[in-house]
Design a protein around this ligand. Structure first.
Ligand code: ZN
Length: 314
C-alpha cells in the first residue's frame, strides 16, 4: 500500500528534500547541492538519484511511494512546466514530466513560493484554513495564494507574485523585476533598509540606528530599535507598515482570504510587525473582506518540502 511521499524544494544553492508519511509526518530530511552549471541539466537527475538512494536506505519499494512533489523558483504552471528559472539556468521545459520519467512515479510541481504557502496551510501558521495568502518578507517579497485549498497558479504560473504590486509612483530605484515602485522595494528586508537609509539621510534626528555604519543597517536592526522605542525606527516601521498594510488590503479585496501568514527573515521581528501593518490594512481594506487573521509562518525553510509533499497528495 502506498504510504510515503517525497517533498523536494529546489533552491539556487541547495535542494532540500523530505520523506513524509501521507499524514504529513516528516520521517527524514536532507539536502544536496544544486548543480546549476550546463543549464541546470544535472539538477533533476541528482534529485532522482538522491530519492532512489533514500528509498534503498529505508527499504522503501516503489509501490509504497505515492509520489514526489517539486517546488522550484520561477513561473511554473499547473501542468508542471517551468517558464525559465534564471537562478537554476533552466529554460522552458516540463520539470514534472522530466522527474516523473526519471523516477517512474507520480510527480507534481509548482512555484516554490506557492508551494511553501501550501505547506504553511497544511502544517504551519495557516493550519486549518483553506483560503490563505502567504507573504514571505525575505531578500524580496514572495507570495503564495491558496483559494479553497488550491494554489492560485494563474495562466503562466506567475499567480501570487504579490511582491511586484505597484505601490509607489515616482520611485527612482529600479526593482529586480525591472519596474519601479513595487511593494518589494519597501517591505522586503532590503526594502526596510532602503526606507531606513532614506530616513537617516532626511533628518539628523538622533537614533540607535546611527550607532553603526550605514552599510550595516538591517531590517533586524530597525525592528530591534523599534522595540527600544527609538522614534526614527518607529517612523521607518510605520512606513513599512503602511506600504504592506495597504498592499495586503488590496490583495484581500481580490482574494478574500481567511488568513495572512507572514514569513521570511523580516518576520523574525515577531508579532510587533502586525502593530504596524494592521492599522493601515484596517483603514483601507474593503469592509466585506475585513475579517482576516494575521499569523506568523512557523515552518521556516521547511515550508517548501511540506508544501511539495502536500501537492502530490491532492
Ligand atoms: Zn518588482
Amino acid at each position: 500500500m502506498s504510504k510515503y511521499v517525497f517533498g523536494v524544494d529546489v533552491g539556487g544553492t541547495s535542494v532540500k528534500m523530505g520523506l513524509f508519511d501521507k499524514e504529513g509526518n516528516i520521517l527524514d530530511k536532507w539536502e544536496i547541492p544544486t548543480r546549476t552549471e550546463d543549464g541546470g541539466k544535472n539538477i533533476l537527475p541528482d534529485v532522482a538519484k538522491s530519492i532512489q538512494s533514500k528509498m534503498k536506505e529505508k527499504g522503501i519499494e516503489k509501490e509504497e511511494v505515492i509520489g514526489a512533489g517539486l517546488g522550484a523558483p520561477g513561473p511554473i504552471d499547473a501542468e508542471g512546466t517551468v517558464y525559465g528559472a534564471v537562478n537554476l539556468g533552466w529554460e522552458t521545459f516540463s520539470i514534472r514530466d522530466t522527474l516523473a520519467q526519471l523516477l517512474d512515479i507520480h510527480v507534481k510541481a509548482g512555484n516554490d513560493a506557492n508551494v511553501a504557502a501550501l505547506g504553511e496551510m497544511w502544517k504551519g501558521g495557516g493550519k486549518g484554513f483553506k483560503n490563505l495568502v502567504a507573504v514571505t518578507l525575505g531578500t524580496g517579497v514572495g507570495g503564495g495564494i491558496i483559494v479553497n485549498g488550491e494554489i492560485l497558479t494563474g495562466a503562466s504560473g506567475a499567480g501570487g507574485e504579490i511582491g511586484h504590486i505597484h505601490v509607489q509612483d515616482g520611485e527612482t530605484e529600479v526593482c529586480g523585476c525591472g519596474n519601479t515602485g513595487c511593494l518589494e522595494e519597501y517591505a522586503s528586508a532590503t526594502g526596510v533598509v532602503r526606507l531606513a537609509r532614506r530616513a537617516l539621510e532626511a533628518s539628523s534626528e538622533p537614533s540607535l540606528l546611527r550607532k553603526r555604519p550605514v552599510e550595516l543597517l538591517s531590517a533586524k536592526a530597525v525592528f530591534d530599535a523599534v522595540k527600544e522605542k527609538d522614534a526614527l525606527a518607529i517612523q521607518i516601521a510605520e512606513q513599512f507598515g503602511e506600504y504592506l498594510g495597504k498592499g495586503l488590503g488590496v490583495i484581500a479585496g481580490v482574494v478574500n482570504p481567511e488568513i495572512f501568514v507572514i514569513g521570511g527573515g523580516v518576520s523574525k521581528a515577531g508579532d510587533i510587525l502586525f502593530d504596524f501593518i494592521k492599522p493601515y490594512f484596517d483603514k483601507t481594506v474593503f469592509k466585506g473582506c475585513k475579517n482576516v487573521e494575521f499569523a506568523l509562518a512557523t515552518l521556516g525553510n521547511d515550508a517548501g518540502i511540506y508544501g511539495a509533499a502536500k501537492l502530490v497528495l491532492e
